[in-house]
Write a protein that binds this ligand. Structure first.
Ligand code: 26Q
Length: 806
């Protein structure tokens, strides 16, 4: 410990340049972070050296998003230093928790997909699998959400402002990334070849981040790229004497990594977004070839050394990029290059919504990346030749399967390109993978037997159990001993404890403790609180119509109606606190209206004395990983209520179950697998099944008929329409109400009655404390499957073939 104190004070004095007595919390936090990273440095260098020596095959995970969450706690956990640091700081009169709270989380992702990437790289490091994560160092991550009069207002996320002690810039390892210009043909040895004369370029500067394995001596690397102007970029302009223009040119280049796009569905096809994608993918592929492989490496053997995993279609432009490198730069024959490329990529799909499938207009792509468009055309021509060979001139099939769509404008279907190029295509939960094969890409499934597989998502138990829920972790360790954190199926051994009175009592005490902890956090950040004796009912996830936050609202409004109409006495209802956490894409109007309504309902319900405090609606702004770590361990009930067939997997659902919340959920995504594991008695299932949803669409869904025939629903919608939550103003939520009555694409009204009935069952179950605790324990005991270590094992065995290294 004295060693730690010495190191810490050294960092404070010599790194930060302040004396302890004059240091700010931020000084202390930065010094501590740097001290802790020193402890990881030897492992990091060792990992890099051994990686170079063994030349083992590794994963290059390509993801436009990494939603990492705070780093300090995880680094302390990985090194096993937490206790020493806590005591050492205390001797200096410093509270570790205060310093941890000082860290601004890197919010370099929107939600599930970005957080999944963070969980995966954690698991790979913990399992000693060689992996480098590649992505973008956005200067501004996901916006900070505030509310003004209940409406969402976005603020820039200036996460780098107070310093970022976890990153290591390497300007000497910069890559050049080219854009635009034109292609030209030329002849060489009697063959006609094409080359790219780019129009402009930027520099990609890598910033390395440590990805420590859990107490295993391994530290992998996350390499995020930042864009800066090249010297050539502005030199010409400088020399022409136009200083202002030259500076403007720099700004143009640096825009590329400036900000994370806050849409997580219905991508807009913006040029800057395509620039971002190509920017990080091109830099990453070149980086791997230049810096990870030895200098004399024969790229024929590239598939023995790397698999590029495509996290959704965002990095798919890497496919024509690798082809271009091999054919144009390394003089490979096209067919040989294609054989190599096909073995080097695999693709994970994360959606089922047609509007979320990425397409780029040929016009835009051809302007920004003319050579890549040529390559895509050739890949498509040869692919369609193969299709013709198999199926004859089935013109409809050819049109359906073409990587190039003709309508509504000529464009590149990125998911098709990824499917044609990928050695494997995986969905993220059983149902999702099935629907992917049957509904989204059936022609491809027929054409490529065995290419489509499922790998159900997972979450890292290090962050989402051990760090987020120390009290539960201690209880588990008391029962099972150590080792479960890297072998999560061992949670099964908790099953007998579901009948153990003393364990149950302690389990309840853990939940109560976590609720109080959350309450303190909410008091500090928003001046709200959670009552000890309330059922804590939580819905936290991006705001999207398919996720159906409005269905949750209709439940709350119905409970409120039961009280205000006198149907039930407040004393007779099970007291509940509802917590919402959700960001809406800034341009998604309906989502923003739903946010407004949640806040409006909260204001009215929370302030109405008739409710007698038995219902409370909280919507802490700016839900992020940091808040998730406090909310999830406190929850009693997890809301996973998407329309069946729309949520690819969900990963929040797994985190809640692992922390002993019961799920109320539809037959969708990974909910299905959770329910199969925990058992019907320990899960509140409701709602239409996916085939029933399809059938209802097919026969013609009329939402208003549900409104007409269900009195509770009628009353709830009328309350909203009448202005109960908008000071009597009927106009405020008109768009939302009309949408529900006349469109309701995601069938909230069709599932309303089943949902309300299921919620009434929840109330009954909660009143039986013993039964509830038993179910909650069984949720923990039976969901070890959802460790991202298991997901990674599946990827390794079935897609990557990258065994653990050392
Ligand atoms: C694409 C192009 C342009 C701009 C933005 C985007 C974009 C960005 C993010 C598109 C989609 C996303 C994120 C999608 C996402 O988070 N999907 C979720 O992935 C989880 C992990 O697999 C699943 O659990 C969720 O079901 C799925 O919704």
């Amino acid at each position: 410990m004295d060693g730690f104190i010495r190191e810490f004070l050294r960092e404070l004095n010599f790194g930060q340049g302040v004396a302890l007595s004059f240091s700010s919390i931020n000084d202390q936090y930065l010094a501590l972070a740097r001290t802790v990273r020193h402890y990881l440095m030897a492992r990091w260098l060792g990992t890099l050296r051994r990686q170079f020596e063994t030349q083992a095959k590794g994963v290059a995970y390509l993801s436009a998003e990494y939603l990492l969450g705070r780093q300090l706690g995880n680094a302390l956990l990985a090194t096993g230093l937490t206790d020493i640091v806590e005591e050492g700081l205390a001797k200096c009169g410093i509270d570790l928790a205060t310093l941890r709270a000082q860290e601004v989380e890197p919010g370099l992702g929107n939600g599930g997909l970005g957080r999944l990437a963070a969980c995966f790289i954690d698991s790979l490091a913990t399992m000693s699998v060689p992996c480098v994560g590649y992505g973008i160092r956005y200067e501004y991550g996901i916006f900070r959400q505030t509310f003004e009069d209940g409406r969402q207002v976005e603020q820039p996320d200036n996460w780098l402002a107070l310093g970022s002690p976890w990153e290591f810039p390497h300007p000497e390892a910069a890559q050049i990334v080219n854009f635009a210009g034109h292609t030209e043909t030329y002849e060489e040895d009697g063959t006609v070849r094409s080359r790219w004369i780019p129009g402009w370029s930027v520099q990609a500067i890598p910033y390395n981040y440590m990805v420590p394995g859990y107490q295993n001596g391994r530290v992998n690397t996350l390499r995020l790229w930042s864009a800066v102007a090249t010297n050539a970029f502005d030199l010409r302009i400088f020399n022409s004497g136009d200083y202002a223009e030259a500076v403007r040119a720099q700004t143009f280049a640096e825009n590329i990594s400036k900000v994370l796009y806050p849409e997580d569905s219905t991508p807009q096809g913006k040029e800057l977004r395509l620039q971002q994608q190509y920017f990080f993918v091109s830099a990453s592929i070149h980086d791997f070839i230049d810096n990870v492989l030895p200098a004399d490496f024969d790229l024929t053997h590239l598939p023995d050394r790397v698999i590029f995993q495509l996290n959704d279609t965002h990095p798919v432009i890497g496919v024509p990029e690798l082809m271009r490198v091999l054919v144009d730069e390394k003089d490979f024959d096209w067919d040989d290059a294609w054989e190599i490329t096909k073995k080097c990529f695999a693709y994970t799909c994360h959606t089922l919504l047609p509007e979320a499938l990425e397409v780029w207009s040929v016009d835009l792509l051809g302007r920004l990346l003319p050579r890549h468009l040529e390559i895509i055309y050739r890949i498509n021509d040869e692919f369609l030749d193969e299709v013709r060979e198999r199926f004859g001139d089935d013109e409809l099939r050819i049109r359906r399967m073409s990587i190039i769509a003709e309508h509504p404008e000529r464009s590149v279907r990125m998911a098709y390109l990824a499917t044609v190029a990928g050695s494997k295509v995986n969905g993220v939960a059983e149902l999702h993978s099935q629907l992917l094969r049957d509904k989204v890409l059936p022609d491809f499934d027929e054409f490529y037997p065995g290419k489509f597989i499922n790998v159900t998502n997972g979450v890292t138990p290090r962050r989402f159990i051990r760090l987020a829920n120390p009290a539960l972790s201690e209880l588990i360790t008391d029962a099972l001993g150590v080792g479960w954190l890297t072998d999560l199926e061992r949670l099964r051994e908790l099953e007998p404890y579901a009948e153990d009175e003393e364990f149950k009592e302690r389990f309840r005490a853990v939940k109560a403790h976590n609720k109080r902890r959350l309450s303190r956090v909410l008091v500090d950040r928003d001046g709200t609180s959670v009552d000890d004796d309330h059922l804590l009912d939580v819905m936290v996830k991006r705001l999207h119509e398919y996720k159906r936050q409005t269905l949750k609202l209709l439940h709350i409004v119905t409970l409120y109606d039961r009280i205000t109409s006198g149907e039930v006495k407040p004393a007779d209802i099970v007291p509940r606190t509802f917590i919402f956490g959700a960001k809406a894409a800034p341009g998604y109007r309906m989502a923003k209206e739903i946010i407004h309504l949640i806040n409006a309902v909260g204001s009215v319900v929370n302030a109405d004395p008739a409710v007698e405090g038995r219902l409370k609606v909280l919507f802490p702004p700016n839900y992020n990983v940091t808040l998730a770590e406090k909310v999830i361990p406190a929850a009693d009930l997890s809301e996973q209520i998407s329309l069946a067939g729309k949520e690819a997997s969900g990963t929040g659902n797994m985190k809640f179950a692992l922390n002993g919340a019961l799920t109320i959920g539809t037959d969708d995504g990974a909910n299905i697998e959770i329910r199969e594991l925990v058992g019907d008695d320990n899960f509140f299932l409701f709602g239409l099944l996916e085939p029933e949803v399809e059938a209802l669409y097919a026969k013609g869904y009329v939402p208003s008929s549900f409104y007409e025939s269900d009195e509770g629903l009628h009353r709830a919608i009328d309350m909203i329409a009448r202005g109960t939550f908008s000071g009597g103003d009927r106009g405020v939520f008109d768009g939302l109400v009309s949408n529900l009555l006349y469109d309701d694409r995601f069938m909230a009204l069709a599932d309303y009655r089943a949902y309300i009935d299921a919620q009434d069952e929840v109330d009954k179950a909660y009143l039986d404390e013993d039964r509830w605790t038993r179910s909650a324990i069984l949720n923990v005991a039976r969901t070890g499957f959802f460790s991202s270590d298991r997901s990674m094992r599946n990827y390794i065995d079935r897609i990557w073939h990258t065994p653990p290294s050392f």
